[in-house]
Design a protein around this ligand. Structure first.
Ligand SMILES: Nc1ncnc2c1ncn2[C@@H]1O[C@H](COP(=O)(O)OP(=O)(O)O)[C@@H](O)[C@H]1O
Ligand SMILES: Nc1ccn([C@H]2C[C@H](O)[C@@H](COP(=O)(O)OP(=O)(O)O)O2)c(=O)n1
Length: 227
């Protein structure tokens, strides 16, 4: 297998971004954070005065922002219309609105096409992480992983990140995270779901290194089987 495509999906705080970046760096692959793209389009909608509770307005504007993702796992980047939005897309305002924006079918069509073109041009291969990569974006991926973890572990990881930046206690972080997972899992267009052929890894009691090792081993097994 010359170039390998790995799809990593799962709910918030299961370790998708950290795992994907580390696996890509170890194996010399590109890395794509598709959540960052949905956050970027949400940021653009807010910044351009589009009502994020108005799916028709979002649909009309969906093709306007130009989103560019840099896919080096050592320093992934994201710009919208040439503006670096790596910081602004992580605010609680964007986080609270991203599920509504990403549920709009027109938004998903635009972003899915962008994701496929990025995956196609990654010469060494790529690790793509998100919610619908194994089911919809790259159904022919060489390896599909579905990460899970208990809501308690996920909330603890997330509130550890937020501390010092924006105040968020554990209970409200957990409530917001569960609400977003429910919205992402119940939307009509390509909801968060495990692909039938995905390997499920429960990360609740695993260290990040253990999860990375597990995924790297699975990629190596796939490569060996293809030889
Ligand atoms: N297995 C793990 N054990 C403990 N903490 C972890 C683990 N995996 C990731 N983390 C931490 O949890 C937080 C959320 O991880 P992240 O990779 O951003 O998750 P996701 O992309 O699924 O939302 C980060 O601070 C990360 O360092
Ligand atoms: N492939 C994807 C990736 C993310 N999304 C949406 C749904 C998620 O709540 C948001 C944000 O995703 P992101 O991975 O940045 O979220 P977390 O890092 O888990 O907090 O984007 C999606 O609909 N499809």
């Amino acid at each position: 297998m010359e170039s390998v495509i790995v799809a990593i999906d799962g709910p918030s705080g299961t370790g998708k971004s950290s795992t994907s970046k580390a696996v890509a760096a170890k194996l010399g692959l590109s890395y794509l954070d598709t959540g960052a793209q949905y956050r970027a389009i949400t940021w653009w909608m807010i910044n351009n005065g589009i009502d994020t509770d108005d799916p028709a307005a979002i649909a009309t504007a969906s093709a306007k922002p130009v989103i560019v993702s840099g896919t080096d796992p050592a320093g992934p980047t994201i710009t919208v219309d040439g503006v670096d939005v790596a910081g602004p897309i992580r605010t609680q305002e964007v986080t609270s609105k991203v599920s509504a924006v990403s549920a709009v079918a027109e938004v998903r069509a635009v972003i899915t096409e962008l994701q496929r073109s990025i995956a196609l041009t990654a010469r060494q291969g790529i690790v793509v992480e998100g919610r619908d990569i194994g089911t919809t974006v790259l159904p022919d991926a060489d390896l599909k992983i579905f990460l899970t973890a208990s809501p308690e572990a996920r909330a603890a990881r997330r509130s550890g990140e937020l501390k010092g930046k924006e105040s968020a206690d554990l209970a409200s972080t957990k409530a917001a995270l569960i609400k977003r997972d429910e919205a992402d899992s119940s939307r009509r267009t390509s909801p968060l779901a495990k692909a039938d052929d995905a390997v499920e890894v429960d990360t609740t009691d695993l260290t990040l290194d253990q999860v990375v090792e597990c995924v790297v081993t699975l990629v190596e097994e796939k490569r060996a089987a293809a030889r």
